[in-house]
Design a protein around this ligand. Structure first.
Ligand SMILES: Cc1cc2nc3c(=O)[nH]c(=O)nc-3n(C[C@H](O)[C@H](O)[C@H](O)COP(=O)(O)OP(=O)(O)OC[C@H]3O[C@@H](n4cnc5c(N)ncnc54)[C@H](O)[C@@H]3O)c2cc1C
Length: 496
């Protein structure tokens, strides 16, 4: 397609997408590439994106970043899961806790034993058997890989942090590895008349920036991939109707919970993310069901503490670019697509896109087959995340507003319908290779929102009632004992 060697990489945009991509490229290929990053202070960044999921730890490790240094620099805290309040029904809650729940057996997962125990009359909750949940609700945290004296997995965690400080941290990291930052606004993207490839960027000051490969990290503006190359967009707003958010930070409110709160309201939901120095808050809502003014009122009425700024409204459309890579442009971050932050997937998608770009890096020229495979992998990743997020809305039992009734009644993708029906009839759930969300994540949302399976695996019936009760009681004891020994989350933060 184009056999020119790729030596000059130009990243357009310096939000978290731009600097994450710059860090990884510079760390791995910095010696053989000239990497520059163009950003405009005048335009600024979106300034939200504070909650993450566990794979971020591997990403930071790959960069060689010290956890303590990173948490100090970004006012970071620990995240053990997301608590969903009022989603299945009002005044009920559950958690998508990271890590495993209970103890899986060969051929038969733990939740089948849990289902049977419920049929036998147990009043226990699924989360009595989650180390992460118990630690989260007790404000505890310790980095343990196994529950002491057992083979049961330990704590799985991610972070909350200040998105702006994270971008600054990665900027310093990238610049130390030779990434050249160019301040300025791109006015026009110029294409080669013969190939249609991007030739250069025309800047507001009249200068031009040339490159071989351009990474579009311009956020919702999508200046290269959409405004210039117009690759098309798969709009998923009929499944995920929220299209706006209003965000505001508030003062720190006492002890710092090691989990995100996602509280459903009448026509959307509210996030609450505790950082070391403040709390991040926002309301995600559907503009068809709520005005911006109503959304601001709901948010301000439900803040945990005094606001620290004026609320800021952000508009978005859920979906993905049909091609994440087209010609010599790769889009990463908000320019490539958007999911509301319900399961904190956007920063993760940036990291996987940056990793994928490295795996597919076209050092000897850009080949169509490479682009096709890259785009296929991105699409599969987006679709599996899409289904998981829709699940939260579809499984609501609320009928107190037009918004929730619409969610309950909507048609869902066939891939999701199949998964839901399989689980409710048989208790079985299978993720595909490469899926971000594990079986246990799916089970928590399904059970948490009232979709208990009607059946369990036959292996469970080989145990007597007493044996099942003993198994459940032992697990609970081991988990509680382990949590009792953990220091508080605040102690961990203070020890940094
Ligand atoms: C309401 C909301 C809440 C979110 N919460 C989370 C969360 O909890 N967890 C999570 O993982 N993700 C979250 N996200 C997503 C997350 O914020 C983004 O994925 C992440 O910040 C990456 O943004 P970005 O770098 O793509 O875009 P931006 O931050 O918008 O950066 C765009 C960059 O492009 C530059 N630019 C644009 N046009 C030009 C131009 N013409 N010339 C020069 N430079 C230009 C800008 O100056 C800027 O530097 C949230 C998003 C929203 C909307």
């Amino acid at each position: 397609m184009q056999d020119t060697k790729i030596q000059n990489v130009v990243i357009v945009g310096g939000g978290t997408a731009g600097w994450i991509t710059a860090s990884l490229l510079a760390k791995v290929l910095g010696k053989s590439l000239n990497i520059s990053l163009v950003e405009s202070d005048q335009i600024g960044t979106i300034g939200v994106g504070e909650a993450t999921i566990p794979p971020i730890i591997n990403f930071n490790n790959a960069l060689g970043i010290s956890e303590a240094e990173f948490l100090k620099a970004t006012n970071g805290t620990i995240k053990l899961g997301i608590e969903f309040e009022n989603w299945g029904q009002q005044n009920e809650s559950y958690m998508h806790a990271f890590g495993e729940i209970g103890k899986n057996f060969p051929f038969c997962d733990f939740h089948h034993f849990f289902t049977k125990s419920k049929q036998l009359g147990s009043r226990a909750s699924f989360w009595d058997y989650s180390l992460n949940y118990q630690a989260a609700k007790n404000n505890k945290f310790a980095k343990i890989t196994k529950i002491e004296g057992t083979n049961l997995p330990g704590v799985s965690y991610a972070y909350h942090f200040d998105a702006g400080l994270y971008a600054q941290f990665l900027r310093k990291f990238s610049e130390n590895l030779g990434v050249k930052r160019i301040e300025g606004m791109v006015k026009k993207v110029e294409l080669n008349k013969n190939t249609g490839f991007v030739d250069n960027l025309l800047m507001a000051d009249g200068s031009t920036i040339v490159g071989d490969l351009f990474i579009d990290c311009t956020g919702l503006a999508a200046l290269l991939i959409d405004k210039t190359l117009n690759v098309g967009f798969d709009d998923w707003s009929h499944w995920l109707p929220c299209d706006r958010a209003v965000a505001v930070p508030s003062e720190s409110s006492g002890s710092i919970a090691p989990y995100t709160r996602a509280r459903a309201h009448q026509s959307g939901w509210q996030w609450q993310i505790p950082l070391q120095n403040r709390t991040g808050n926002g309301l995600v809502y559907s503009s068809k069901h709520m005005t911006d003014e109503q959304a601001q009122t709901v948010l301000l009425d439900h803040l945990p503490s005094r606001p620290l700024a004026e609320p800021k409204v952000i508009r978005f459309k859920t979906g993905r670019r049909r091609k994440q890579w087209h010609r010599n442009v790769v889009s990463i971050g908000l320019s490539s697509g958007f999911f509301e932050p319900l399961e904190s997937t956007s920063l993760h998608l940036i990291q996987t896109a940056a990793i994928r770009l490295l795996k597919f890096f076209p050092h000897n020229g850009i080949q169509l087959e490479e682009i096709a495979e890259f785009n296929q992998q991105s699409k599969a990743e987006y679709i599996s995340i899409r289904d998981f997020i829709i699940l939260h809305y579809k499984l609501t039992e609320r009928d107190d507003s037009a918004f929730w009734r619409q969610c309950r009644q909507m048609d869902i993708p066939e891939s999701l319908q199949q998964k839901l029906t399989l689980f409710s009839k048989t208790g079985k759930v299978f993720s595909q290779q490469g899926d971000l969300f594990t079986d246990v994540a799916w089970k928590q949302v399904m059970i948490g929102q009232g979709n208990m399976p009607q059946d369990h695996h036959p292996l469970v019936d080989s145990l007597s009632t007493e044996q099942i009760e003993e198994l459940m009681a032992n697990l609970k004891t081991l988990i509680n004992r382990s949590v009792d020994k953990m220091p508080s989350h605040s102690d961990f933060i203070n020890s940094l």
